[in-house]
Structures are given as structure tokens and as C-alpha cells.
Design a protein. Sequence first.
Lengths: 424, 108
Amino acid sequence: MPHFAKPEDGSWTEHYPHLGTAPVSYEDSISPEHHELECKAIFGRTWLNVGRVEQLPRGGSYFTREIAAARTSVVVVRDTDGTVRAFHNICRHRGNKLVWQDYPGEEVDGTCRQFTCKYHGWRYGLDGGLNFVQQESEFFDLDKADYGLVSVQCEVWEGFIWVNLDPENETPLSDWLGEFGTGLAGYPFDQMTQVYKYRAVVGSNWKLFIDAFAEFYHAPVLHAKQAVADESRKLMSVGYEALAYQLEGPHGMVSSWGGMAPPKDLSMVKPIERVLRSGLFGPWDRPIEFELPPAVNPARKRAWGIDSFHFFPNFMLLIWAPNWYLTYHYWPTAYNSHIFEGTLYFVPPKNATERVRQELACVTFKEYSLQDGNTLEATQTMLESRAVSHFPLNDQEILLRHLHKTAGSYVEEYQKSQASGVLA
Amino acid sequence: MTTFPAEFADLEPFADWALASESERYAKRLGSSMDELQAFYDAAFPRLEGALAYLDALDLHALPDDARRLLWLCYSLVNASFPVEVWRQTRVPDSGAAAVELVVEPAV
């Protein structure tokens, strides 16, 4: 007997018939060749979130992003007129990486009036224009207007900065984000500027970590030892059911209950949580009040605790009931490894108590992530044994089915376009 | 000179927990025995509410050095509480060699 109503089709999965219900192949997570195709078909062609406007507080502020899956680095910069732009991070003279400090592979940020190449001193304006060439008269017919930085499509939605590395992309960001983008607009992301960012190198395919965060079926089991014993037993016996799932083009979301903020029964939480009134679900007392935009808690359930939006391919946005949010990025570095980033955003604390409550939420998040990350490496290695090829996904795992199907269809389309290109 | 404000002199034996960054606090937890964590917890936990009341009376962004160290101690208590209250081991169970680094954290 389900605790929460499912669609009339009988299940969330069958509500989207193209998904099917058959066991799913995970060959897409263990094949180096398939990974190369995904890099070109997905990461070279879709909108990718690279950060927030708060990372660019003033004209001349910039940061770099290493995008290994597209074999490039981009520099994102705010011009003096406020415009946010992105460029491939490469000097037009002889290909040196333009913006970096001691280690070329490390991301950097800062503020400058112009970008100067370390190698031969070529200088570029914040608009990407080439402004200065060392010993310009030594060159042959060099017109500086022809040698500006190579720009990357860049758009901002609700303060989130996105790039698209496909110069031929014709889909505006708003179309790409679809109804999730429209329905989330107005959420006060700009007031939640207290940032805690975690980073981990994870020995698994990027999709496996999205799998882990796209279902909460695992939560009462894998994380059982995080809770006090009675609460843990209760959570496991109840199991997990979401309030709602929605698919929107390549994206998907799960809306979940979560009664921990504050919990009904205080004996069910750890002493530190009782004293601080905070925990995994964030500080229990809301720092600001506002009306939720329509995409959040779509079922309008009182038990609502968290919504998790997955924007294909590698960005997740989690909105928590106590009014804070969390983002996940998964940056592939090989078929069996990726860089995971989890960033928590709170309203800045007014005093020490609020600050310590945030600390508790953050370090709790870290402990859960450690369990998740460790499990992923165990999954990756056994998938690679190929002892089993297909795996049954249940109805609470609909977003995983959707992710692997969507990623697969991007690869198929790419292969078709390459084949027809060769023929033409 | 004492590490913490005078009212919290009883916490002086745990001054080495007054660490500025999360990575230092986490490393100290992993490097401690359960007995050491228990001793720290037993001394600091009953003082947590008093410490926050003291700190809340001050401007969070202009804390005197001794108060800032008391705040760091509160962060450390949070970090050390998990093994003491639930796990009975310094690392979260089933996390093996996994590592997650905090790369951006607030100045205070």
C-alpha cells in the first residue's frame, strides 16, 4: 500500500511509457569508447552550469573552469558594463593556456583589468579583444581584430552562469531549461550567498553519482548508521517513497518528504542536533520567509522536505524546506572517474548560533557524501567485472532510467549525425 | 594569555581544538582516539549553549581573537560529536578511503 498516490498509469515509470520497465544495461558506465562518445555528444553540445554570478562580484572579476569532458578550459568574466562572458582559455598566439597560476590544471579566480599571457605578453580585454602584441611589427600582416579570444556561448539564468561549447548551438538557455527553469524563477537564490563548497575525486563514472542522488531508495539503508538506532530502524521499515517525480525534456526532478526540520519526536535526533536545532536537512528555523515558486513542491504536500532537480547532463539543484539550497556538479575526467562538487548556499548568518547551525548541516552533508562516494567506487569496479550486464530499476529509480536513456539517445544522435556527415 | 574568554577558562585543556578550517578540525578528529574525543565532548558539549549565548552578544564579523577561537571550538565540537554520539569510531562507517575536501568556506 503506497503512502503517496502514484499516477493513474499505475506507476511513475509507466506514466512515461518511452522509458520502459525492463532491466537497464550499465555498459554506458564502463566503456572507455562510450565515454569518448558521451564527451563529444553531450559535454561538447549541451548547456553546462559553471557557477553563480556572486563569484563575479565586480567588473574584471573572473574564474576559470576546467572541463575535461570537452578537453577545454573556459574563463568566465564580468565586463565593466556588467555583462558576463565566457572564452576558451587559450592565447591566440601559440596556444598557451591564458589564465592560470602555478599549476595549469588548477582552477583560479580573481580580478583584473585585462588578461595577459604569461608566455609572450599578449593582452586581451575583458570583452576578449586582442589589445596588445609584443613586438607587433615582427609579425606578418597581423590584424589584431582577427585574433580576439574564442568566445563560448554564455547565458545567465536566476544568477546561474551556463556555457555551451557548441558554436553551432541554436537552443537558448531558457528553452533548454524548459518548464523547470520557468517554474523555479523567483526563488531567492540571490539572498543565499553564504557558500560552503565541497570537492571530491570519485572513482566512478559520472552517471553513477547522479544515480545515487537521483533516488532516495538507498537513504534508509546506506545511511542507517548516521541516525540514532530507533530512528534508523523506523526509517528502514517504512522504506522510501517520493511525493512526486516529473520529467521535462532531458531533465528530471523528485519531490520528497522530509520531516526532520524540525522533527516531530526530538528523541529521534542526535543530542547535538537537539541543542543546535539543525541537521542534514539544514537549520530548522527558517532565516527568511517567501512564497515558493510553482516548480517547487509541485504536489503541494504538507510533508514536503526537499526537491531535487537534475538538469541534464551534470547539474543538480536541491531546494530544501528550511529555505536553503544545494548544488551538485559531476565533471567527468575518464570513463571511471569524475570530480564531484557539492555546494551549500545559506542566507548569511546573523550571529554565531546561526553560523554553528550551518556548520552542523555542512559537516553532516560531508559525512553522507563520504559514504556515497565510497559506495560508488565499489559499484564501478563490480560493473567493470561484467559478471552482470542488466539491472532492474524500481519505480523510485525512474530518474536513473531517464538519465541513462537520455544520455544514450544523445550518443545515438551524435553517431547518426557523424555518419550522415561522412556520407555528405 | 588564555585561548578563550575568561568565562570559558575550563575549556583551556582543549585549546588545541580551536582550529580555523574544517579540514584541520576533521584531521584532528581522525587523529584522535575515541577516549580523547569523549573527553573533549564531555567537557565542551555542556558548555555549547553558554558559548553561543556569549558569542551571540558580539558582532559575528568583528569577533575578538579569544571569541573567534571559542567559535572554532564550537565547530570542532560539532565535528567530534558524530563519533561520540553515534558511530563509536572516528570515521563515518562504510567510507573507506573516500575523501571530500571543503574548498570554499566562510571567512568566519
